[in-house]
Design a protein around this ligand. Structure first.
Ligand code: F6R
Length: 629
């Protein structure tokens, strides 16, 4: 939610900042802006709209200078207007600030500033209040001596800006990832984070700040992932990190796993399609090195638990939001079936405020592609506070959830840029299956059952390839239903969550009404919606509950509802006279079938969104990484 980029070096800042913002546009795209320092002038360009509008503004009125800060916004406080776009300034107009997060006590801070005579606010944002607060404190701190070596812009001024930022942040309740510059302090940026991600990029004669490494990986792969309450100051050659409290700590430089090439769209028209098509590889990567044939089980060293601890687990809680929650719902069915361990699934946003009765030997898994989702992070922290062992299933390496968990399993799906989650979902499903296999093999699963599951897992990448070949068929189904005002999705057992996921994908990127339900719930109310112009999509592979699904399909057919069936094995033969369209995916074992049945639903949402002329990769009102509650 919101993305920030800062640059200090010897090149022109504007193209670097703009390019970085484009890479962060998935985080929000309501408005964008830059502040670049030219001499002692701040060149500000900002506007409502996408990065393309900002780029146009800069091409009409170039902003020169070799250091600056920038922002792409997902509005929380204040409407989407030019005024509310970042950067924001202090009362003197010399200090510019960009911010990702929410200053919860901004009203109180604003009143205090107004009482102090500072009334010159230009926007409705919480961010501007922070800029004013830093400026207000900066003014009150001892100014540098004009005669000595510490002339304005020298060492004292840098320390003064750092101290003013630190003092202001100590008064803030809320979350922030910020970057601050002062027009009179050349080649110098201050950054800080709490609850919103911030990474420092270490270059040669240049340094960077960004919400996410993808913004800077084209320039450097050496990065320092900042922790909550870190405050960093950087110039061209150096950087210094301390805590908001002023203490220092360890901050190793890490190498980013992926390259700038990996975040290019290549020949694909959209990131979403690219990411759907990457799934044979990402699924392979999610299980790479994690299966052992000798013992017919999974190896998940990141859990950091010995066999006795694994055997002792009495309950598992899975939390997440959106698509990650749907993966958790599949996890519930499969861990219970494979390992016979009770599993609870909850929306992270609900779980964190619930008063669940404490239980012994409970593991809590927080599932999150970004590893930054505020609700999931809140759930994780609440679990930790209660003393549970808390593990992360994340894609973003070194994300907050990954770092704050006691252990976990990385997805290794590579950067997911399309706002609608696709490849991360199937990676989550694989990891949950590996967890089920591992825990099952500590309990009731025989060697033969373990081997059967490993064989099925290994077959998946090729089967996904086959499912992707359905794209043309699904495109024609999408065309056929382009006038539909909505769709219903139904599934049972492992595929009930796939009905939820299919509906979510459709809603997100086509803006059509869609709902997912357990097939059997039809007769308890939803059947009232069935009519000839509202397609029902049944996810009904040839599994243990296939015949039950057929009953429900009959009920829709009897009421003249058009049916699209996603099936496998002998399913197609049996559905021939019931479904208007039959999409056949390869056959696998029941607990893995969601990995295959979800592919046509991702493609359906995609093709329908394209046919409707929607902005597939940046659907309205959404942002990929939801770092606000
Ligand atoms: C759906 C989607 C969202 C995310 C949700 C959680 O396509 O992208 O529903 O799944 O915001 O995000 P992460 O997994 O980053 O915690």
């Amino acid at each position: 939610m919101c993305g920030i980029v800062g640059y200090v070096g010897r090149s022109q800042a504007a193209p670097i900042l703009l390019d970085g913002l484009r890479r962060l546009e998935y985080r929000g795209y309501d408005s964008a802006g830059v502040a670049i320092i030219n001499g002692d002038q701040v060149e500000t360009r900002k506007c409502a709209g996408r990065i393309a509008s900002l780029a146009k503004l800069i091409s009409q009125k170039p902003a020169t200078g070799s250091y600056g800060i920038s922002h792409t916004r997902w509005a929380t406080h204040g409407k989407v207007t030019d005024e509310n776009a970042h950067p924001h300034f202090d009362a003197t107009g010399k200090i510019a600030l960009v911010h990702n997060g929410v200053i919860e006590n901004y009203q109180t801070l604003k009143e205090q500033l107004i009482q102090d005579g500072d009334t010159n606010f230009q926007s409705d944002t919480d961010t501007e209040v922070l800029a004013h607060l830093i400026g207000n404190i900066y003014q009150k701190l001892n100014p540098p001596s004009p005669k000595g070596s510490d002339v304005a812009g020298g060492k004292d001024s840098k320390a003064r800006l750092v101290n003013a930022t630190r003092a202001a942040l100590k008064q803030v309740i809320g979350t922030y990832g910020i970057a601050v510059v002062h027009a009179d302090i050349p080649d110098f940026i201050v950054g800080a984070r709490r609850g919103s991600p911030l990474v420092l990029g270490v270059g040669k004669d240049e340094n960077f700040l960004a919400s996410d490494v993808s913004a800077i990986v084209a320039h450097t792969r050496d990065v320092v992932y900042l922790n909550d309450f870190d405050l960093v100051s950087l110039d061209r050659e150096n950087f210094e990190i301390s805590s908001i409290e002023g203490t220092s700590g360890e901050h190793p430089v890490s190498k980013v796993e992926f390259t700038a090439e990996d975040i290019k769209k290549g020949d694909y028209p959209h990131y979403m399609l690219k990411e759907i098509c990457e799934q044979p590889d990402t699924v392979r990567d999610a299980m790479r090195g994690r299966l052992t044939y000798e013992e017919c089980t999974a190896k998940l060293g990141g859990l950091d638990m010995n066999p006795a601890e694994l055997r002792d687990i009495a309950r598992i809680v899975l939390i997440g939001c959106g698509t990650a929650l749907h993966a958790a719902r599949v996890g519930e069915y499969l861990i219970e079936q494979l390992a016979n361990i009770p599993v609870d699934v909850d929306f992270a946003s609900e779980y964190r405020h619930r008063n669940t009765p404490p239980t012994e030997h409970t593991l809590v898994f927080a599932i999150s592609q970004s590893g930054e989702t505020a609700d999931t992070l809140g759930g994780l922290r609440e679990s930790k506070r209660k003393g549970y062992r808390t593990l992360g299933i994340c894609n973003n390496v070194a994300s907050t959830i990954a770092r704050e968990s006691d252990g976990g399993v990385y997805m290794h799906a590579g950067p997911e840029i399309g706002v609608a989650a696709t490849k991360s979902f199937t990676s989550q499903l694989i990891i949950l299956n590996l967890i089920g296999l591992l825990l099952g093999r500590m309990r009731q699963l025989s060697t033969a059952q373990g081997k059967r599951m490993i064989d099925a897992l290994e077959a998946l990448p090729n089967q996904i390839e086959a499912a992707l070949k359905l794209s043309d068929q699904i495109k024609s189904i999408a065309k056929k239903y382009v006038e539909a005002t909505g769709m219903l999705f139904f599934g049972r057992q492992f595929n009930y969550p796939i009905a939820l996921e299919g509906a979510l994908k459709l809603k997100e990127i086509t803006y059509l009404f869609a709902e997912g339900h357990p097939s059997a719930e039809l007769k308890h109310g939803i059947i009232a919606l069935v009519r000839p112009d509202l397609p029902s999509i049944f996810i009904a592979p040839d599994d243990a509950v296939f015949s039950k699904n057929v009953n429900n399909i009959e009920q829709v057919k009897a009421r003249k509802g058009p049916i699209i069936a996603v099936t496998s094995g002998n399913g197609a033969k049996q559905l021939k006279n019931l479904a208007a369209d039959i999409v056949e995916v390869p056959t696998t074992i029941d607990c893995l079938s969601p990995v295959l049945t979800v592919i046509p639903l991702q493609l359906l949402a995609y093709h329908l969104a394209v046919a409707l002329g929607r902005d597939v990769d940046k659907p309205r009102n959404l942002a990929k990484s939801v770092t606000v509650e």
